[in-house]
Unconditional design. Structure first.
Length: 258
């Protein structure tokens, strides 16, 4: 009885601490699922239900295996491609969250990468892509443009795409703003995000050159975990696309782990 109480107390306390440090609804939901699973497993252990214990153990191991494959694929993609950078005529900057009318740290890293890129290639046209979320007082694209103009990128070199709500919409709507004769198109996002960006771009026949911005250190765990789950979700959801895409999960890695 005391063990059960202690386990529940620790998990709930963990929720509270994590929510205070990283206020993310995604991770509260994710941790609640883990909590539910632990309690479920706990009861099956003490009820000595061998069959269900084996099923749960299998699910846990399979989930861990798939997650490891996804996470390692993202990390290898960053390692192999982050230093590759080419000159682009147009560069799309993908939106992220705002705090009031200012970019949060994740988005600020993307914008600062755009400022670095502008210094190398001052004739670049930038497309700032992001709509207005329910908790945002202006659109992400508006906040992004304000930040870039404040840091000396001319407004005439910035195009706003202010309708998108998802990464796929970022790409779709931004693509429509680029003249058909333009071939060299870059996309700036944080390193953790660009593997999925490339995957989605392939599904809509959009040829892009990824430009890797860093990820805030304090958000590394939450963002990489969330992105890994998102990558796995998209691969499962788009199995017919998976057969044709040029960016499949790293099968060599699967063989290595096996």
């Amino acid at each position: 009885m005391y063990t059960k109480f202690f386990l529940n107390f620790i998990v709930i306390l963990g929720f509270a601490i994590y929510k205070y440090i990283f206020p993310s609804s995604f991770f509260i939901n994710f941790l609640f699922f883990i909590y539910f699973f632990i309690i479920l497993y706990y009861f099956f252990i003490f009820k000595k239900d061998i069959l269900l214990k084996k099923i749960i153990n299998f699910i846990v191991l399979l989930s861990f295996f798939i997650f490891t494959i996804g996470l390692t694929t993202i990390i290898l993609d960053i390692k192999n491609n982050k230093t590759i950078e080419v000159k682009n005529d147009y560069v799309i900057i993908l939106g992220a969250g705002l705090k009031g009318d200012k970019p949060k740290s994740v988005l600020k890293y993307r914008l600062n990468k755009a400022l670095e890129y502008y210094k190398k290639y001052p004739n670049t046209i930038f497309i700032v892509s992001g709509g207005q979320g329910k908790d945002e007082i202006i659109s992400e694209s508006e906040a992004m443009k304000n930040y870039l103009v404040l840091n000396h990128i001319p407004a005439k070199q910035i195009i706003k795409e202010n309708k998108s709500k998802t990464t796929l919409e970022n790409l779709l709507f931004s693509k429509k703003l680029i003249p058909l004769n333009i071939k060299n198109i870059g996309v700036i996002s944080n390193d953790f995000h660009l593997y999925r960006v490339k995957f989605l771009a392939k599904t809509i026949n959009f040829n892009i050159n990824p430009i890797y911005a860093k990820t805030p250190f304090i958000s590394l765990f939450s963002l990489y975990t969330r992105e890994t789950i998102a990558v796995i979700y998209y691969y499962i959801k788009n199995l017919n696309i998976f057969k044709n895409t040029k960016t499949p999960l790293n099968l060599n890695l699967v063989v290595f782990i096996l």
